[in-house]
Unconditional design. Structure first.
Length: 222
């Protein structure tokens, strides 16, 4: 089963590298938001620095949604999902492998480039590192939550809008504690570790619940 898990993970990573798509589009969309917001707010650098973590996190949430509708739908359309389901790999492990591949091509790059893009919202060094750390541990929760919506809409053509409506409310706690942790690192009223540990807990709980829920949704759709 371990070999099948890593084979599925490597397959999805190869497809993402060959086709491109959600990872590149997510980065482009992330950059577009961070470029447009300063123009809308004006040249007030203090204001940009104060709300910079929130801008970065909102951009990350919206960028994560790009390509989520194809997480299972592409395999459903070409019949690959039936073959994957018939493999000895349990369905929760299948979901985990596909979520990991999606995060490695979408969420992880956002966390890595966020310090550079933080310059666009006038963040200082501590703010950039704090946002990068919170995105690194928080974006997996966004992907896990999105996987449940992707599994529910796998058989629906053009289900991206429905998926967004389903999962965006569930992503709000991750957004709140991600922004809170980043602000706390820059001198907030609470220690950085408090919201940061809650953010880690949200990711772990989301991983457990969403993996089982997405697997059940895929089985139900067969």
């Amino acid at each position: 089963m371990t070999r099948a898990f890593f084979a599925l993970l490597a397959r999805d990573l190869r497809l993402a590298a060959r086709i491109g798509g959600s990872g590149v589009m997510g980065l482009v969309f992330f950059l577009m938001i961070l470029t447009l917001v300063p123009f809308a707010l004006g040249p007030d650098l203090n204001l940009l620095a104060r709300i910079g973590p929130a801008i970065l996190w909102i951009a990350a949430v919206l960028s994560t949604l790009i390509g989520l509708d194809r997480l299972f739908q592409a395999d459903e359309e070409d019949g690959s999902l039936d073959l994957i389901t018939a493999s000895p790999l349990p369905m929760p492990a299948t979901v985990l492998a596909k979520v990991a591949a999606h995060w490695l091509t979408t969420g992880a790059p956002l966390a890595l480039v966020s310090p550079v893009f933080g310059l666009l919202v006038a963040l200082d060094g501590i703010g950039m590192l704090a946002v990068a750390a919170t995105l690194f541990v928080g974006t997996p929760a966004l992907t896990f939550i999105g996987a449940v919506g992707a599994a529910l809409t796998a058989t629906i053509r053009r289900g991206g809008l429905i998926l967004s409506i389903l999962v965006l409310p569930l992503m709000i706690p991750t957004l709140i504690f991600g922004v809170s942790a980043a602000n706390a690192a820059r001198g907030g009223t609470v220690p950085f570790t408090t919201p940061f540990l809650i953010l880690i807990a949200i990711t772990l709980i989301s991983g457990l619940i969403a993996t089982i829920a997405a697997a059940a949704a895929l089985k139900q759709g067969e």
